[in-house]
Design a binder for this molecule. Structure first.
Ligand code: NAP
Length: 334
């Protein structure tokens, strides 16, 4: 019997944030697989803020998704056919399977096999996936937090941010979260254990940060860049570490965004600022996921999922992240 696939294709290359009209949903036959390939039926598709970078033609670390091809995405699903010795029907795998129901892929598209089968498989796109890994590895490798230090996190209620805040607490730090809106501000404190949380949309961030961190911040986990970071930079402690993880507040990269110059602060305060890309650290994924999974099981690492239903939700899903409408890791359940 011929299987029919539903998939989301990139229709146009957006200048700023990708909107629904940049994508098209179409049906196509599921191709047969060759030796060395597997056929995966996706259960959940991931939606990342970074996806806008994967389709842009400037300032990115991946070759842009070609127009007319399936939107690149990480997904988790079940192997339904395998012509590769490493995989069997029924295996649960996470990989570069794209925004589609069926992915006929070389086995190399698999990032890893899901082993924490006592926990929901959707977590392998969030707290036990790219965002949890980013939170732990970027915080520990670049932020290098020490006990009793103060850690400031932007997009603090989001998938990466909420994990950063909790991991910093586990490591004995004081945490201050910056998030948009009263609901997220409350979530930061009540659910994710931040010592203080600030709603940046209310204004006067500079003064509020100074009040929340009287000694300045030792680590700034920066997911936004832009005006939020301009305020945090002025509240850094001596020898602070700034983790450049995301640029969520920058709507377009061309023309290049301008803002306050930071060099004088870095110089006077001897601050270290360093970019981080999770795909440089695949060798540490397995060990880190085991650690994160134990914390999840022990109830020390909480998570939220923002679940959209059906592939029809995909075209608008990235724009929604930039409207700040997600409460937790945004995924699409198929
Ligand atoms: N470097 C890496 O390897 C890596 C890997 C994964 C993720 N990241 C980055 O980590 C960050 C968070 O990703 P995530 O998956 O956890 O997403 P998320 O935080 O769950 O969702 C994105 C959030 O960004 C915030 N945002 C959107 N537009 C904004 C603006 N103009 N100003 C300030 N905040 C804005 C919104 O939160 P508010 O409502 O609070 O504004 C929104 O909910 C992103 O920048 C992402 O690119 C980096």
């Amino acid at each position: 019997m011929t299987l029919v696939n539903r998939r989301v294709l990139l229709r146009s290359r957006p200048v700023g944030i990708a909107q629904s009209e940049d994508f098209a949903i179409e049906e196509a036959e599921v191709p047969s697989i060759d030796v060395g390939e597997i056929l995966v039926l996706n259960d959940y598709l991931s939606v990342e803020p970074a996806m806008r970078g994967w389709i842009a033609d400037v300032s990115t670390y991946h070759a842009p998704v070609p127009i007319g091809s399936v939107m690149r995405s990480i997904a988790v699903g079940h192997v339904v056919q395998s012509r590769d010795a490493g995989f069997r029907e029924g295996d649960v795998v996470v990989g570069w399977f794209g925004w589609q129901h069926y992915a006929a892929m070389p086995a190399s598209a698999v990032i890893r096999r899901v082993t924490h089968t006592d926990l929901p498989i959707s977590l392998s796109l969030g707290v036990l996936g790219l965002t949890g890994l980013t939170a732990y590895l970027a915080l520990t490798m670049v932020g290098e937090p020490k006990e009793a230090e103060t850690v400031i996190v932007s997009t603090a209620a989001g998938s990466v941010g909420s994990a950063v805040g909790q991991i910093a607490k586990i490591l004995g730090c004081r945490t201050v979260g910056i998030a948009g809106g009263a609901i997220k501000q409350k979530l930061c404190v009540d659910e994710f254990g931040y010592d203080a949380a600030i709603d940046y949309k209310e204004g006067d961030l500079l003064t509020k940060l100074a009040a929340a961190c009287p000694q300045g911040a030792d680590v700034y986990f920066d997911n936004t860049a832009g005006p939020i970071s301009d305020s945090v930079h002025q509240n850094l402690a001596l020898r602070a570490r700034v983790v450049i993880c995301g640029t969520a507040s920058v709507p377009v990269w061309n023309p290049r965004p301008s803002g306050l110059r930071v060099e004088r602060i870095l110089l006077v305060k001897r601050v270290r600022m360093q970019g981080f890309i999770i795909f440089d650290h695949e060798a540490q994924f397995s060990e880190t996921i085991d650690r994160l999974a134990s914390w999840v099981r022990e109830g020390r690492l909480r998570y939220r999922e923002d679940v959209l239903h059906g592939i029809e939700a995909a075209p608008d899903a990235i724009a929604g992240l930039y409207r700040g409408e997600n409460l937790g890791k945004r995924i699409i359940k198929l």
